[in-house]
Each structure stands twice: as C-alpha cells, then as structure tokens.
Design a protein around this ligand. Sequence first.
Ligand code: AR6
Length: 170
Amino acid sequence: MKFLIVQGDITKQTADAMVNAANTSLLGGGGVDGAIHRAAGPELLRECRTLRGCETGKAKITKGYRLPAKYVIHTPGPVWRDGKSGEPELLESCYRSCLALAEEYRCRTVALPSISTGVYRFPPELAARIAVRTILEFLGRSTAVETVTMVCFDPETKAAYDRALAAALQ
Ligand code: AR6
C-alpha cells in the first residue's frame, strides 16, 4: 500500500479512478469539477445527467472518457458553515464513499483532489487531517487499492497534507 501527496493538475494523473469534487447536481461546475469535465469531454456530462445527482457525503461512479482514468468517482463535499453542521463527518464520508467504490470496481490506483477546500471553504488543515486519517485507515484494509495519490493544486494545500501525514505517522 502506498499513499502519495503530489502537487499538480489531477486531470493529468494516470489512475484507474479519479475523484471529482462535485456538487449535488453532478452536472459540472468550476474548480476541479470544471477541469475534469473539460478534459473528459461532453460524454461525461451526458452520463452524469443519467445519475440524477448525488447527496453530500456520498459518491457515484462514471466512465473516464478522454481522461487518463478508467473511472471518475464524483462526490459532493460539504460546504463549510461553522464546523458544527456535520462538515467533518460529511467530509470523512466523502473519502470513505469514494474509496469504497474504488474497491468495489477493483481499482488499483486512485487519484484524489482536496475535496471541499476550494469554493466550499473547508479549512485546509482540518480537511487534510480528516482526509489523511480516512485514507490511511482504508489502505490498511483494502484488498484492491494499492496506491492512493492526493493531488494538490497549490503548494499551500500540499504543505497542509504533508503536515497531516507527518502527524498521522508519528
Ligand atoms: N487538479 C487538482 N486540484 C484542483 C484542480 C485541478 N485541476 N483545480 C482546482 N483544484 P474546488 P470544492 C483544487 O473549488 O471546494 C465546483 O464548482 C482547488 O485548488 O474545485 O469541493 C463544484 O461544481 C482546491 O484545493 O472544490 C462545486 O460546486 C480543491 O481542488 C464546488 O466547486 C477543491 O476546490 C465544490 O467545491
């Protein structure tokens, strides 16, 4: 099992499954969602329309079309309000739901973005701690997934994940 943290554009990452930080409509948006839809091509939106949305904290899977990934796993993260509206539990549930689908589809490699820390304003340090803990727990019991790569778009986000991993391994 391997957990990697890299900086870059997730749409350029080759993986069996690529996770999309979507919204509950699953019909596209800005940020990483917009980048994934642009790189995948219009067939992705066509398949997403058949899914009839997704609840916050859950996940749905589609094909990857023109992306360097066999599957895209779409998850709507929580919008940060005050931290007392179930945001941490919902974020953990996003990671769990995505990884469970990757396991079900026997994916060996999974690339993930930092869910909810962009437009949805989840504090990056807390988000990174939740993501790292949930991913490490999952990797400890997964039989299909061998490598999870957290793809951070900017250096500040990568630094937050590096710190969270260092703290988790202490
Ligand atoms: N590769 C990797 N990470 C990226 C990329 C990329 N190409 N582009 C942005 N990020 P966000 P959210 C980072 O806003 O907070 C959309 O409109 C970004 O810097 O994409 O979950 C959806 O449709 C940040 O660190 O997702 C929803 O409406 C992280 O990805 C809403 O935004 C997440 O930022 C979801 O908001």
